[in-house]
Ligand binder design. Structure first.
Ligand code: PMP
Length: 410
Protein backbone atom coordinates (compact mmCIF):
# COMPACT_ATOMS: atom_id res chain seq x y z
CA UNK A 1 0.00 0.00 0.00
CA UNK A 2 1.27 3.48 -0.82
CA UNK A 3 2.38 5.66 2.05
CA UNK A 4 -0.19 8.39 1.71
CA UNK A 5 -0.96 11.67 3.36
CA UNK A 6 -4.65 11.63 4.09
CA UNK A 7 -6.52 14.59 2.72
CA UNK A 8 -7.89 16.12 5.87
CA UNK A 9 -8.54 19.84 5.77
CA UNK A 10 -10.91 21.63 8.10
CA UNK A 11 -14.27 22.20 6.45
CA UNK A 12 -13.78 19.66 3.68
CA UNK A 13 -15.17 16.14 3.75
CA UNK A 14 -13.49 14.04 1.04
CA UNK A 15 -15.48 11.39 -0.82
CA UNK A 16 -15.11 7.93 0.67
CA UNK A 17 -13.52 6.68 -2.56
CA UNK A 18 -10.38 8.69 -1.79
CA UNK A 19 -10.40 8.18 1.99
CA UNK A 20 -7.33 5.93 1.95
CA UNK A 21 -5.58 7.57 -0.99
CA UNK A 22 -3.27 10.54 -0.90
CA UNK A 23 -0.33 12.24 -2.50
CA UNK A 24 2.29 9.60 -3.23
CA UNK A 25 5.46 9.32 -1.17
CA UNK A 26 7.46 9.95 -4.38
CA UNK A 27 5.87 13.37 -4.79
CA UNK A 28 6.24 14.13 -1.06
CA UNK A 29 9.97 13.35 -1.13
CA UNK A 30 10.39 15.33 -4.36
CA UNK A 31 8.70 18.36 -2.78
CA UNK A 32 10.82 18.12 0.38
CA UNK A 33 14.04 17.74 -1.61
CA UNK A 34 13.11 20.69 -3.85
CA UNK A 35 12.41 22.85 -0.76
CA UNK A 36 15.82 21.89 0.72
CA UNK A 37 17.44 22.82 -2.61
CA UNK A 38 15.72 26.22 -2.54
CA UNK A 39 17.22 26.76 0.94
CA UNK A 40 20.63 26.36 -0.71
CA UNK A 41 21.41 22.77 0.32
CA UNK A 42 23.25 20.73 -2.37
CA UNK A 43 20.51 18.10 -2.75
CA UNK A 44 20.80 15.44 -5.48
CA UNK A 45 17.37 14.15 -6.49
CA UNK A 46 17.36 10.54 -7.68
CA UNK A 47 13.62 10.19 -7.29
CA UNK A 48 12.30 11.32 -10.66
CA UNK A 49 10.60 8.94 -13.06
CA UNK A 50 11.55 10.61 -16.29
CA UNK A 51 14.42 10.53 -18.79
CA UNK A 52 16.97 13.33 -18.44
CA UNK A 53 17.20 14.05 -22.17
CA UNK A 54 15.02 16.32 -24.29
CA UNK A 55 12.19 15.38 -26.67
CA UNK A 56 13.79 14.67 -30.09
CA UNK A 57 13.85 17.63 -32.46
CA UNK A 58 11.84 15.99 -35.26
CA UNK A 59 9.01 15.44 -32.75
CA UNK A 60 9.06 19.08 -31.63
CA UNK A 61 9.02 20.20 -35.28
CA UNK A 62 6.00 17.99 -35.99
CA UNK A 63 4.14 19.66 -33.11
CA UNK A 64 4.97 23.13 -34.43
CA UNK A 65 3.83 22.14 -37.93
CA UNK A 66 0.54 20.82 -36.49
CA UNK A 67 -0.08 24.16 -34.79
CA UNK A 68 0.65 26.00 -38.04
CA UNK A 69 -1.78 23.73 -39.91
CA UNK A 70 -4.47 24.68 -37.39
CA UNK A 71 -4.66 21.26 -35.72
CA UNK A 72 -5.66 22.98 -32.52
CA UNK A 73 -9.23 21.74 -32.08
CA UNK A 74 -10.90 18.75 -30.40
CA UNK A 75 -9.93 15.53 -32.16
CA UNK A 76 -11.69 12.19 -32.48
CA UNK A 77 -12.58 10.99 -28.97
CA UNK A 78 -9.92 8.32 -28.42
CA UNK A 79 -7.26 9.32 -30.92
CA UNK A 80 -6.84 10.75 -34.43
CA UNK A 81 -6.94 8.19 -37.27
CA UNK A 82 -3.30 9.15 -38.09
CA UNK A 83 -2.09 8.35 -34.58
CA UNK A 84 -4.15 5.16 -34.30
CA UNK A 85 -2.62 4.04 -37.60
CA UNK A 86 0.92 4.82 -36.35
CA UNK A 87 0.18 2.86 -33.14
CA UNK A 88 -1.25 -0.15 -35.03
CA UNK A 89 1.88 -0.11 -37.23
CA UNK A 90 4.10 0.10 -34.14
CA UNK A 91 2.37 -2.93 -32.60
CA UNK A 92 2.83 -4.85 -35.89
CA UNK A 93 6.45 -3.77 -36.50
CA UNK A 94 7.84 -4.01 -32.97
CA UNK A 95 5.60 -6.54 -31.23
CA UNK A 96 4.22 -8.72 -34.03
CA UNK A 97 0.60 -8.07 -32.99
CA UNK A 98 -2.22 -7.06 -35.35
CA UNK A 99 -4.62 -4.56 -33.80
CA UNK A 100 -7.34 -3.04 -36.00
CA UNK A 101 -7.90 0.71 -35.57
CA UNK A 102 -11.00 0.08 -33.42
CA UNK A 103 -8.83 -2.05 -31.11
CA UNK A 104 -6.55 0.91 -30.40
CA UNK A 105 -7.14 3.77 -27.95
CA UNK A 106 -5.21 6.94 -27.11
CA UNK A 107 -5.41 8.88 -23.83
CA UNK A 108 -3.73 11.65 -21.84
CA UNK A 109 -0.84 9.46 -20.70
CA UNK A 110 -0.71 5.76 -19.93
CA UNK A 111 -2.00 6.78 -16.52
CA UNK A 112 -5.32 7.77 -18.06
CA UNK A 113 -5.34 4.52 -20.05
CA UNK A 114 -5.16 2.61 -16.73
CA UNK A 115 -7.83 4.84 -15.26
CA UNK A 116 -10.17 4.44 -18.26
CA UNK A 117 -9.66 0.67 -18.26
CA UNK A 118 -10.40 0.15 -14.56
CA UNK A 119 -13.29 2.64 -14.54
CA UNK A 120 -14.79 0.82 -17.51
CA UNK A 121 -14.42 -2.72 -16.15
CA UNK A 122 -14.19 -2.91 -12.36
CA UNK A 123 -17.25 -3.26 -10.13
CA UNK A 124 -17.14 -2.78 -6.34
CA UNK A 125 -15.28 -5.71 -4.80
CA UNK A 126 -13.67 -6.90 -8.04
CA UNK A 127 -10.07 -7.96 -7.44
CA UNK A 128 -6.98 -6.88 -9.33
CA UNK A 129 -3.81 -8.94 -8.78
CA UNK A 130 -0.72 -6.71 -8.61
CA UNK A 131 2.78 -8.11 -7.94
CA UNK A 132 4.87 -5.91 -5.62
CA UNK A 133 6.99 -3.86 -5.82
CA UNK A 134 4.62 -1.99 -8.13
CA UNK A 135 4.27 1.47 -9.61
CA UNK A 136 2.40 3.30 -6.85
CA UNK A 137 -0.50 4.49 -8.99
CA UNK A 138 -1.73 0.97 -9.80
CA UNK A 139 -3.34 0.21 -6.47
CA UNK A 140 -4.60 3.75 -5.94
CA UNK A 141 -6.36 3.82 -9.32
CA UNK A 142 -7.90 0.40 -8.65
CA UNK A 143 -9.20 1.65 -5.29
CA UNK A 144 -10.61 4.87 -6.74
CA UNK A 145 -12.50 2.67 -9.20
CA UNK A 146 -13.97 0.59 -6.32
CA UNK A 147 -11.77 -2.45 -6.91
CA UNK A 148 -9.65 -4.38 -4.43
CA UNK A 149 -5.89 -4.52 -5.11
CA UNK A 150 -4.51 -7.96 -4.28
CA UNK A 151 -0.82 -7.34 -3.66
CA UNK A 152 1.60 -10.26 -4.07
CA UNK A 153 5.14 -9.78 -2.69
CA UNK A 154 7.88 -10.68 -5.18
CA UNK A 155 11.27 -10.04 -3.57
CA UNK A 156 14.79 -9.72 -4.98
CA UNK A 157 15.39 -13.45 -4.55
CA UNK A 158 12.48 -14.11 -6.92
CA UNK A 159 13.98 -11.59 -9.34
CA UNK A 160 11.04 -9.31 -8.42
CA UNK A 161 8.89 -11.55 -10.65
CA UNK A 162 5.57 -13.26 -9.93
CA UNK A 163 5.75 -17.04 -9.55
CA UNK A 164 3.22 -19.39 -11.13
CA UNK A 165 2.18 -20.81 -7.72
CA UNK A 166 1.61 -17.30 -6.38
CA UNK A 167 -0.64 -16.45 -9.33
CA UNK A 168 -2.59 -19.73 -9.02
CA UNK A 169 -3.17 -19.07 -5.33
CA UNK A 170 -4.23 -15.45 -5.79
CA UNK A 171 -6.93 -16.08 -8.41
CA UNK A 172 -10.48 -16.17 -7.02
CA UNK A 173 -13.99 -15.93 -8.51
CA UNK A 174 -13.72 -12.19 -7.99
CA UNK A 175 -10.46 -11.71 -9.90
CA UNK A 176 -11.07 -9.32 -12.78
CA UNK A 177 -7.52 -8.47 -13.85
CA UNK A 178 -3.87 -9.42 -13.39
CA UNK A 179 -1.60 -6.42 -13.94
CA UNK A 180 1.98 -7.04 -15.03
CA UNK A 181 4.67 -4.43 -15.75
CA UNK A 182 7.84 -5.35 -17.63
CA UNK A 183 10.41 -3.83 -17.44
CA UNK A 184 9.20 -2.72 -14.05
CA UNK A 185 9.06 0.58 -12.29
CA UNK A 186 10.49 0.44 -9.59
CA UNK A 187 12.58 -2.77 -9.82
CA UNK A 188 13.78 -2.68 -13.44
CA UNK A 189 13.05 -6.44 -13.56
CA UNK A 190 11.66 -7.77 -16.83
CA UNK A 191 9.88 -10.97 -17.89
CA UNK A 192 11.49 -12.92 -20.74
CA UNK A 193 9.32 -15.14 -22.93
CA UNK A 194 10.33 -18.10 -20.74
CA UNK A 195 9.33 -16.17 -17.58
CA UNK A 196 5.95 -15.22 -19.05
CA UNK A 197 5.00 -18.60 -20.54
CA UNK A 198 3.98 -20.47 -17.34
CA UNK A 199 2.05 -17.43 -16.08
CA UNK A 200 0.14 -17.22 -19.37
CA UNK A 201 -0.62 -20.95 -19.12
CA UNK A 202 -2.24 -20.30 -15.72
CA UNK A 203 -4.35 -17.53 -17.27
CA UNK A 204 -5.46 -19.83 -20.10
CA UNK A 205 -7.06 -22.03 -17.41
CA UNK A 206 -9.03 -19.09 -15.96
CA UNK A 207 -11.07 -17.50 -18.75
CA UNK A 208 -12.75 -14.98 -16.40
CA UNK A 209 -9.40 -13.32 -15.62
CA UNK A 210 -8.19 -10.56 -17.94
CA UNK A 211 -4.58 -9.48 -18.36
CA UNK A 212 -3.35 -5.89 -18.31
CA UNK A 213 0.29 -5.40 -19.32
CA UNK A 214 2.21 -2.16 -18.94
CA UNK A 215 5.01 -2.12 -21.52
CA UNK A 216 5.98 1.50 -20.88
CA UNK A 217 9.73 0.73 -20.59
CA UNK A 218 9.86 -1.63 -23.61
CA UNK A 219 12.66 0.33 -25.28
CA UNK A 220 14.90 0.58 -22.23
CA UNK A 221 16.45 -2.91 -21.87
CA UNK A 222 20.06 -4.07 -21.49
CA UNK A 223 22.55 -6.84 -22.18
CA UNK A 224 20.64 -8.12 -25.21
CA UNK A 225 17.44 -8.75 -23.21
CA UNK A 226 14.69 -9.60 -25.72
CA UNK A 227 11.56 -7.66 -24.84
CA UNK A 228 8.34 -9.53 -25.60
CA UNK A 229 4.72 -8.76 -24.78
CA UNK A 230 2.24 -11.49 -23.71
CA UNK A 231 -0.16 -11.34 -26.69
CA UNK A 232 2.78 -12.01 -29.03
CA UNK A 233 3.61 -15.13 -26.97
CA UNK A 234 0.05 -16.37 -26.54
CA UNK A 235 -2.38 -15.04 -29.20
CA UNK A 236 -5.24 -16.92 -27.46
CA UNK A 237 -5.11 -14.24 -24.75
CA UNK A 238 -5.56 -11.38 -27.24
CA UNK A 239 -9.32 -11.17 -26.67
CA UNK A 240 -8.82 -10.53 -22.92
CA UNK A 241 -5.57 -8.57 -22.77
CA UNK A 242 -4.99 -4.84 -22.71
CA UNK A 243 -1.48 -4.00 -23.98
CA UNK A 244 -0.50 -0.59 -22.60
CA UNK A 245 2.34 1.60 -23.85
CA UNK A 246 3.14 5.28 -24.38
CA UNK A 247 5.61 7.84 -25.67
CA UNK A 248 6.59 9.31 -22.26
CA UNK A 249 9.67 7.24 -21.48
CA UNK A 250 10.99 6.03 -24.85
CA UNK A 251 10.77 9.42 -26.55
CA UNK A 252 11.32 11.63 -23.47
CA UNK A 253 7.79 13.04 -23.84
CA UNK A 254 6.46 12.91 -20.26
CA UNK A 255 4.98 16.40 -20.48
CA UNK A 256 3.16 15.81 -23.78
CA UNK A 257 0.80 13.38 -22.02
CA UNK A 258 0.13 10.69 -24.61
CA UNK A 259 -0.38 7.02 -23.75
CA UNK A 260 -2.04 4.30 -25.78
CA UNK A 261 -3.22 0.70 -25.71
CA UNK A 262 -4.38 -2.16 -27.88
CA UNK A 263 -7.16 -4.45 -26.71
CA UNK A 264 -10.51 -6.09 -27.42
CA UNK A 265 -12.95 -3.83 -29.27
CA UNK A 266 -15.65 -3.93 -26.57
CA UNK A 267 -13.23 -2.85 -23.83
CA UNK A 268 -11.73 -0.13 -26.05
CA UNK A 269 -15.28 1.17 -26.71
CA UNK A 270 -16.13 1.19 -22.99
CA UNK A 271 -12.89 3.04 -22.21
CA UNK A 272 -13.88 5.70 -24.76
CA UNK A 273 -17.15 6.22 -22.87
CA UNK A 274 -15.17 7.09 -19.71
CA UNK A 275 -12.80 9.33 -21.66
CA UNK A 276 -15.70 11.15 -23.33
CA UNK A 277 -16.89 12.30 -19.89
CA UNK A 278 -13.40 13.10 -18.54
CA UNK A 279 -11.15 14.78 -21.11
CA UNK A 280 -13.06 14.54 -24.45
CA UNK A 281 -9.82 13.72 -26.27
CA UNK A 282 -6.04 13.86 -25.82
CA UNK A 283 -4.23 17.07 -26.86
CA UNK A 284 -4.34 17.55 -30.65
CA UNK A 285 -0.78 18.92 -30.84
CA UNK A 286 0.65 16.12 -28.69
CA UNK A 287 -1.08 13.53 -30.88
CA UNK A 288 0.55 15.01 -34.01
CA UNK A 289 3.93 14.95 -32.24
CA UNK A 290 3.38 11.31 -31.23
CA UNK A 291 2.70 10.31 -34.87
CA UNK A 292 6.19 11.58 -35.69
CA UNK A 293 7.71 9.90 -32.61
CA UNK A 294 6.32 6.50 -33.69
CA UNK A 295 6.83 6.86 -37.47
CA UNK A 296 10.08 8.85 -37.45
CA UNK A 297 13.69 7.69 -37.01
CA UNK A 298 14.14 5.25 -34.11
CA UNK A 299 17.95 5.05 -34.08
CA UNK A 300 18.39 7.26 -31.00
CA UNK A 301 16.61 4.64 -28.85
CA UNK A 302 19.67 2.37 -29.05
CA UNK A 303 22.04 5.26 -28.24
CA UNK A 304 19.97 6.15 -25.17
CA UNK A 305 20.00 2.51 -24.08
CA UNK A 306 23.81 2.51 -24.14
CA UNK A 307 23.92 5.65 -22.00
CA UNK A 308 21.35 4.32 -19.51
CA UNK A 309 23.25 1.00 -19.32
CA UNK A 310 26.44 2.85 -18.42
CA UNK A 311 24.57 4.60 -15.59
CA UNK A 312 22.96 1.36 -14.45
CA UNK A 313 26.34 -0.39 -14.17
CA UNK A 314 27.80 2.54 -12.28
CA UNK A 315 24.95 2.58 -9.75
CA UNK A 316 24.67 -1.19 -9.27
CA UNK A 317 28.41 -1.66 -8.66
CA UNK A 318 28.59 1.48 -6.49
CA UNK A 319 25.70 0.30 -4.28
CA UNK A 320 26.96 -3.28 -4.01
CA UNK A 321 30.30 -1.97 -2.74
CA UNK A 322 28.50 -0.55 0.32
CA UNK A 323 28.17 -2.81 3.38
CA UNK A 324 24.53 -3.50 4.17
CA UNK A 325 23.21 -2.72 0.66
CA UNK A 326 22.41 -5.44 -1.85
CA UNK A 327 21.48 -4.48 -5.39
CA UNK A 328 20.24 -6.85 -8.12
CA UNK A 329 21.20 -5.95 -11.71
CA UNK A 330 18.00 -4.87 -13.48
CA UNK A 331 17.15 -5.95 -17.04
CA UNK A 332 15.57 -2.64 -17.99
CA UNK A 333 13.93 0.73 -17.19
CA UNK A 334 16.08 3.39 -15.47
CA UNK A 335 15.62 2.34 -11.85
CA UNK A 336 17.35 0.06 -9.38
CA UNK A 337 15.55 -1.30 -6.33
CA UNK A 338 18.27 -2.00 -3.79
CA UNK A 339 17.87 -3.97 -0.57
CA UNK A 340 18.86 -2.14 2.63
CA UNK A 341 18.02 -4.95 5.09
CA UNK A 342 21.64 -4.95 6.30
CA UNK A 343 21.25 -1.41 7.62
CA UNK A 344 18.01 -1.91 9.55
CA UNK A 345 18.70 -1.85 13.29
CA UNK A 346 21.75 0.41 12.96
CA UNK A 347 22.02 3.78 14.67
CA UNK A 348 22.76 7.17 13.09
CA UNK A 349 25.44 9.53 14.53
CA UNK A 350 22.53 11.55 15.98
CA UNK A 351 21.45 8.48 17.93
CA UNK A 352 18.35 7.58 15.87
CA UNK A 353 17.71 3.89 15.18
CA UNK A 354 16.99 2.94 11.54
CA UNK A 355 13.82 0.86 11.91
CA UNK A 356 12.46 0.96 8.35
CA UNK A 357 13.49 1.73 4.77
CA UNK A 358 11.73 5.09 5.13
CA UNK A 359 13.96 5.87 8.16
CA UNK A 360 16.96 5.06 5.97
CA UNK A 361 15.85 7.25 3.04
CA UNK A 362 15.02 10.10 5.49
CA UNK A 363 18.55 9.74 6.89
CA UNK A 364 20.05 9.87 3.37
CA UNK A 365 18.11 13.02 2.57
CA UNK A 366 19.00 14.76 5.83
CA UNK A 367 22.64 13.73 6.12
CA UNK A 368 23.83 12.92 2.57
CA UNK A 369 21.39 15.28 0.83
CA UNK A 370 20.45 12.52 -1.60
CA UNK A 371 16.75 11.98 -2.33
CA UNK A 372 15.66 8.40 -3.06
CA UNK A 373 12.31 6.66 -2.48
CA UNK A 374 11.73 3.95 0.18
CA UNK A 375 10.50 0.52 -0.92
CA UNK A 376 7.42 0.93 1.28
CA UNK A 377 6.12 3.46 -1.28
CA UNK A 378 6.11 0.59 -3.81
CA UNK A 379 4.67 -2.03 -1.48
CA UNK A 380 7.88 -3.92 -0.64
CA UNK A 381 10.40 -3.39 2.19
CA UNK A 382 13.23 -3.04 3.11
CA UNK A 383 14.39 -1.56 -0.20
CA UNK A 384 14.90 1.83 -1.83
CA UNK A 385 14.55 2.98 -5.42
CA UNK A 386 17.13 5.03 -7.26
CA UNK A 387 16.31 6.58 -10.61
CA UNK A 388 19.58 6.78 -12.57
CA UNK A 389 18.24 8.94 -15.41
CA UNK A 390 20.59 11.74 -14.46
CA UNK A 391 24.16 12.85 -15.22
CA UNK A 392 27.15 10.60 -14.53
CA UNK A 393 28.73 13.34 -12.38
CA UNK A 394 25.62 13.54 -10.17
CA UNK A 395 25.40 9.76 -9.87
CA UNK A 396 29.06 9.49 -8.83
CA UNK A 397 28.68 12.23 -6.24
CA UNK A 398 25.46 10.66 -4.91
CA UNK A 399 27.09 7.22 -4.57
CA UNK A 400 30.02 8.75 -2.74
CA UNK A 401 27.69 10.51 -0.30
CA UNK A 402 25.52 7.38 0.22
CA UNK A 403 28.66 5.32 0.97
CA UNK A 404 29.89 7.93 3.45
CA UNK A 405 26.49 8.17 5.18
CA UNK A 406 26.22 4.37 5.45
CA UNK A 407 29.77 4.23 6.85
CA UNK A 408 28.65 6.47 9.72
CA UNK A 409 25.91 4.05 10.82
CA UNK A 410 26.87 1.97 13.84
N1 PMP B 1 3.45 2.95 -16.21
C1 PMP B 1 4.62 3.00 -15.55
C2 PMP B 1 5.24 1.72 -15.11
C3 PMP B 1 5.21 4.23 -15.24
O1 PMP B 1 6.38 4.27 -14.57
C4 PMP B 1 4.56 5.43 -15.65
C5 PMP B 1 5.12 6.79 -15.34
N2 PMP B 1 5.87 6.93 -14.21
C6 PMP B 1 3.35 5.30 -16.35
C7 PMP B 1 2.83 4.06 -16.61
C8 PMP B 1 2.56 6.52 -16.79
O2 PMP B 1 3.13 7.19 -17.84
P1 PMP B 1 2.40 8.37 -18.59
O3 PMP B 1 1.13 8.68 -17.89
O4 PMP B 1 3.37 9.50 -18.57
O5 PMP B 1 2.15 7.87 -19.99
Amino acid sequence: MTIATKIEEAGFRPASRIASIGVSKILQIGARAAAMKREGLPVIILGAGEPDFDTPDNVKQAAKAAIDRGETKYTALDGTPELKKAIAEKFRRENGIDYALDEVTVATGAKQILFNAFMASVNPGDEVIIPTPYWTSYSDIVEICGGVPVLIPCDAEAGFRLKTEQLEKAITDKTRWVLLNSPSNPSGAAYSEADYRPLLDVLLKHPHVWLMVDDMYEHIVYDGFRFVTPVAIEPQLKDRTLTINGVSKAYAMTGWRIGYAGGPKALIKAMAVIQSQATSCPSSVSQAASVEALNGPQGFLKERQASFKHHRDLVVSGLNAIDGIDCRTPEGAFYTFAGCGGLIGKTTPAGKRIETDADFTDYLLEVAHVAVVPGSAFGLSPYFRISYATSEAELKEALKRIAEACGKLA
